[in-house]
Structures are given as structure tokens and as C-alpha cells.
Design a protein around this ligand. Structure first.
Ligand SMILES: [Zn+2]
Length: 394
């Protein structure tokens, strides 16, 4: 098997749990073999290899793990964004606009959009991405959304309970019954996870619990859209259901924070429920940001993700989310980088990505910068010089 040495790394972020939260090594090198990290150590001790990439003293990080994205859609909602920036409030109702366009799109159109956004994310350093359905909202359209998503990632999430579609507006419980029966059965073969938008105007606690239970019965893991637009039962419902992650967490009371903190295990495995914060959504809806500092100080495991979707957060840039988290949410640059890599991995209950130690997937980025600090320090600048995905330069 051929070997590849990434040499002359000025700052290597390993997230291996030693030497501070990022496990930083200076003047390091890393050997890749068979798509995995085979060796990590000092550049002076670097072994011979078939090929060599000279990092030129730059920083090398694990590839970003974006654990929350809605990439299967059609249509454009730029005008809605412009209206919001002119003062209109965000309510979540615009999701139905995308549903109409998505149902009308061909498989080829949806596949092209997912591929384009997947490539766009990869160029910006995202090597693992979760993709949700949720703009089909019929049995056939949800199944095909997930079938197409599964061509791009193993982290696929069934979100039939995104919003009640217009044709069920007068009988939402009938829609929940559809989601919990024929729809989840059609979706499950293509999905690893089930998710629900538990929010006023979407699904209440009883409906959300029924949706999650129906997925768990078919072996799907649980994630929840919770407490984005206001306080509510979503976070505690997610914790009770053993969710890998509750996402948004913008409006939390003390009981929500305590519930999340109570799940934190020493190594993030097992039963930890991660709080995944999505600052692109607050940016794009001009809303107050979640309080990451409060969560971290309480011992909650925090991840950052893009929420990439055409309505409320049309960014695929994890670096942008890191910058927002540092500037607006009280996170240190180190905490934000950890949350965008190892934190995202925990939110997907993965231990093979989000860190760089022997045995990890060789998913990494070489920055055009000497340190991870530059991701927040130089916002909006394309700092990803090179990406390795499964050990292959992209
Ligand atoms: Zn979302």
C-alpha cells in the first residue's frame, strides 16, 4: 500500500485529548496509509514515504465535520433573505416554498444541487457532512431525497417532520401518522438518523415524541431541531430520547442546560447528547445567537455546524461558523475549532473522524496560515490550501 507523508507541519491539531483541548503538536509530520493515519510525530523523526506533501510550516487540522445540513432541495429564496434584512421577521413558514420547488424538481436536478454543495463544502475543508431530507414531505419525495443524499454521505437523516405540508394544514395529526408509518418505513433504508422540528408552528412535544419513537423502532438514531425560535420542550425531549444531538439550542432555560450537562460522558461516547449550535441561522435571520459560553461552562459538549439550507442559513462554510462563534457566542478560537471537528464527530457518534491520531480517517486540511487562530482572526478569507479526504488530496 502506498504511503503519503504530510511533512513540515508548523501546528498540528490532533484533538487527541493531550496537551490542551486541541492536542496541538509543533513541528510535526503525519503519515497516511490506506486512507488512515498511520503515524503522527515530530517532523525530525518522520519515516520515509512514497509521496510527500510539504505543509511549509502551516497549520494542519482534522477536516471539518458538518453535522447539520439540508442539501436536498430546489429553488432559491434570496428574495426572502432580502426581505428579512429589510425588517421582516423569520417564522419558518418559508420552508413550504422550498417544498413546492423540491417536489417539482427531477432527480437529476436534486442530485446536481447536492453534488454542487457537497463539493463546495469539501473545498472549504468539510470532509464529513450530514444531509437531511425534509423538503419532500410525501412518502415518495422523502424516500428519493434520502436515496440521493445517501449517494454523497453515510450520515443521512430523515426529516419528514420538518413542517406540516400545506395539504395537511387542517389535520396535522394525520400528517404525523403518515410520517410515523409509511413515510418512515420508506425512508429508513436510506437513513441513519431521524430528526424532528420541535417548535411552536411545527411539531409539539407529543407529536415529536411519536416521530422519534417510530424511527427508533426501525433502528434509526435520534437528533432534534430544538429551541431555535423560542423556549420549548425540544431539548429535554431529545435528552430523554437519548438523542446524539439537539440542534440550535438558542433559547434555553436552566433545566435545559442541566439536562444536557447531565448526559456528558468522559469521552463523549455512549449517551452524551451534544448541543449543536448553528450560528449561520442566527446570522441569516438576524436573531440573537445561542450562548455557547453558558453551555461550555456547565459542562455541555458543544458542536458547530452550518445548517446549510436555502431559507435560513445558506452557507456551507464551517470557517464562517467558527468566526461567528468566537465573535458572537463567547467561544475561544480553540473551543470553536474543536466544536467544528471533534464536536461534530461526537454529534454524529463517530470516533474515526474529527481527530488525527493513529487509526483515524486521513481527513485533514492544510491551512494557508500558521495557526488555527487564523480561522476566526481572518474571517471571510479562503484559508483552506489543501484538503485530504480518505487520504486522497482534493
Ligand atoms: Zn436545520
Amino acid at each position: 500500500m502506498s504511503t503519503l507523508l504530510v511533512d513540515d507541519i508548523g501546528e498540528l491539531v490532533t484533538n487527541d485529548g493531550t496537551d490542551g483541548p486541541l492536542g496541538i503538536r509543533r513541528d510535526a509530520a503525519l503519515l497516511v496509509e490506506g486512507g488512515r493515519v498511520a503515524w503522527v510525530g515530530s517532523a525530525a523523526d518522520a519515516p520515509a514515504a512514497d509521496r510527500r506533501i510539504d505543509a511549509g510550516g502551516a497549520a494542519v487540522l482534522p477536516g471539518f465535520v458538518d453535522s447539520h445540513a439540508h442539501l436536498v432541495f430546489a429553488g432559491d429564496r434570496a428574495a426572502e433573505f432580502a426581505a428579512r434584512m429589510a425588517g421582516q421577521a423569520y417564522t419558518g413558514g418559508g420552508i413550504r416554498t422550498t417544498v413546492g420547488a423540491t417536489r417539482a424538481a427531477s432527480d437529476a436536478q436534486l442530485r446536481a444541487t447536492v453534488g454542487r454543495l457537497r463539493d463546495e463544502a469539501l473545498r472549504q475543508g468539510t470532509t464529513t457532512i450530514e444531509i437531511k431530507s425534509g423538503y419532500g414531505l410525501t412518502v415518495a419525495d422523502e424516500a428519493r431525497s434520502l436515496r440521493i443524499a445517501a449517494e454523497s454521505t453515510t450520515e443521512t437523516t430523515f426529516l419528514g417532520a420538518h413542517v406540516v405540508p400545506a395539504e395537511y394544514a387542517d389535520r396535522p395529526d394525520d400528517y404525523v401518522e403518515l410520517v410515523c408509518g409509511p413515510m418512515v418505513r420508506a425512508a429508513a433504508p436510506y437513513a441513519r438518523w431521524i430528526d424532528v422540528f420541535c417548535e411552536r408552528g411545527a411539531f409539539d412535544a407529543d407529536q415529536a415524541r411519536a416521530v422519534l419513537t417510530s424511527g427508533q423502532a426501525l433502528g434509526l438514531g435520534v437528533r432534534v431541531h430544538a429551541n431555535q425560535l423560542g423556549p420549548g420542550p425540544g431539548v429535554r425531549l431529545g435528552v430523554e430520547a437519548g438523542a446524539a444531538s439537539v440542534d440550535h439550542c438558542t433559547h434555553l432555560d436552566d433545566a435545559d442546560v442541566d439536562a444536557l450537562a447531565g448526559t456528558a460522558g468522559p469521552d463523549g461516547s455512549g449517551t452524551t447528547t451534544v448541543a449543536t449550535l448553528l450560528p449561520g441561522a442566527e446570522f441569516s435571520t438576524r436573531s440573537p445567537y445561542p450562548d455557547a459560553r453558558r453551555l461550555i461552562d456547565a459542562g455541555v459538549t458543544v458542536a458547530l455546524a452550518t445548517d446549510c439550507n436555502p431559507g435560513s442559513s445558506y452557507t456551507s462554510s464551517m470557517a464562517f461558523c467558527i468566526a461567528l462563534a468566537v465573535r458572537e457566542m463567547g467561544m475561544t478560537p480553540a473551543e470553536a475549532v474543536w466544536a467544528a471537528t471533534a464536536g461534530g464527530a461526537r454529534a454524529l457518534r463517530r470516533d474515526d473522524v474529527g481527530r488525527l491520531r493513529v487509526g483515524s480517517r486521513a481527513d485533514l486540511v492544510i491551512l494557508d496560515a500558521p495557526s488555527h487562530l487564523h480561522l476566526a482572526y481572518r474571517p471571510g478569507v479562503p484559508l483552506i490550501r489543501k484538503v485530504l479526504h480518505d487520504g486522497v488530496p482534493r
